[in-house]
Ligand binder design. Structure first.
Ligand code: NAP
Length: 342
């Protein structure tokens, strides 16, 4: 009998890749969506990539759940073997009120974990982020971030999104420790996720590549991310299910840090006929523009900071090196161009 995974946020960019990899690995998937009207979209995204799409309507099913409502969580866990909790709000711009992100992230994680525990589900994989690791300065003497580092959510430099991911991850670990010690929890902490989406819907990280392709900004900020291919992130979620050595672990899932300008240069080299801005903006200009553009404002605290990240645990867990994320950025740009999205 195949194991069934409850995959929250199945309409998401990363979750569609996870659903595909789960199905290919022989799992059944019950995806959660806010509205069942999104169910066909997820099935359509996954189907063309399956090696065998027979019985897909039995292997991939859906339930409607919202992170902000108690309705339906207990019923959704019936017959579930594994909870994979990816749903969390991830907007391009930060809201005026931090709680717009923090409450659904934290309360939603607790709803998911509590319902799973009450239903006897003992294997849980949750999607956190490197923003829960590297949002605050390293301790003196350290040169790279690893899974022992935590973002301080009270640090004024931390964005609402950074707070939401940090507090949701902390809430999950606290719940597991205090109320569900038999629950085997693994936390996947991806960096900036890139690579072609399975369809033409995409998340904020792909939106950044879209922004470079649209040459929206006259210059690029001295800013970057620890980046990672979406296929590696999905594989990490799926491959840890049966790895007891990852119980209780955070796994920082990144390839390497890439400056914005280097992302743009890689895209420009692949598509030389397109207008792509590769000029670096002085930091004072970016600080000025941030007064008018909330998306720019959210990067100010990390301006000019190259964050080194130790990905040795991710490499050991996957048993191979990470995909080169510069190539994933170019492949992502190609998807947007080929599908007329830019
Ligand atoms: P995404 O495409 O925006 O997916 C987010 C998912 O969460 C969507 O399915 C969304 O549903 C769902 N969601 C948001 N608010 C919800 C609510 N109140 N109730 C129920 N579902 C809700 O973004 P993504 O990049 O795939 O992100 C997936 C996860 O990875 C998130 O936890 C994100 O924080 C994390 N992550 C992403 C990156 C990255 O660079 N992309 C990096 C690190 C971590 P709708 O489709 O209905 O909006």
């Amino acid at each position: 009998m195949p194991q069934t995974v409850l995959l929250t946020g199945a309409s998401g960019y990363i979750a569609k890749h996870i659903a595909l990899q789960l199905l290919e690995a022989g799992y059944h998937v019950r995806g959660t969506v806010r509205s069942l009207s999104r169910a066909d979209e997820v099935t359509a995204a996954v189907r063309p990539h399956l090696s065998d799409d027979s019985d897909l309507d039995k292997r991939l099913t859906f339930v409607a759940l919202d992170l902000s409502s108690d309705d339906g969580w207990n019923a959704a866990m019936d017959g579930i073997d594994v909870l994979m909790h990816t749903a969390s709000p991830f907007p391009m711009t930060q809201p005026k009120n931090d709680d717009e992100l923090i409450r659904p992230a934290v309360d939603g994680a607790l709803r998911a974990l509590k319902a799973a525990y009450q239903a006897g589900v003992r294997r849980v994989i949750m999607t956190s982020s490197t923003v829960a690791i590297s949002g605050s300065a390293l301790p003196p003497g350290d040169s790279s971030y690893d899974e022992t580092n935590w973002t301080d959510p009270d640090d004024p430099a931390v964005t609402a999104y950074g707070k939401s991911k940090t507090l949701a991850e902390k809430a999950a670990w606290d719940f597991q420790r205090d109320h569900a010690p038999e629950m085997n929890l693994t936390m996947v902490n991806p960096g900036f996720v890139v690579g072609p989406p399975l369809d033409n819907k995409f998340s904020t990280s792909v939106g950044v590549i879209e922004r470079i392709l649209k040459a929206k900004d006259p210059m690029l900020p001295h800013f970057g991310f620890g980046s990672v291919d979406v296929l590696d992130v999905a594989e990490m979620h799926v491959s840890v299910i049966d790895k007891p050595e990852t119980f209780g672990q955070r796994i920082m899932t990144v390839d390497r840090f890439i400056w914005f300008v280097d992302m743009a240069k890689a895209i420009k080299a692949a598509f030389p006929d397109r207008k792509i801005v590769t000029r670096l903006a002085p930091n004072f200009v970016v600080r000025f523009l941030a007064l008018f553009d909330p998306a720019i404002k959210s990067i100010i605290p990390a301006l000019g900071q190259e964050q080194k990240m130790d990905n040795s645990r991710a490499i050991a867990t996957l048993g191979r090196g990470m995909r080169q994320s510069q190539k994933s950025i170019v492949a992502c740009a190609k998807h947007l161009i080929d599908n007329g999205l830019v």
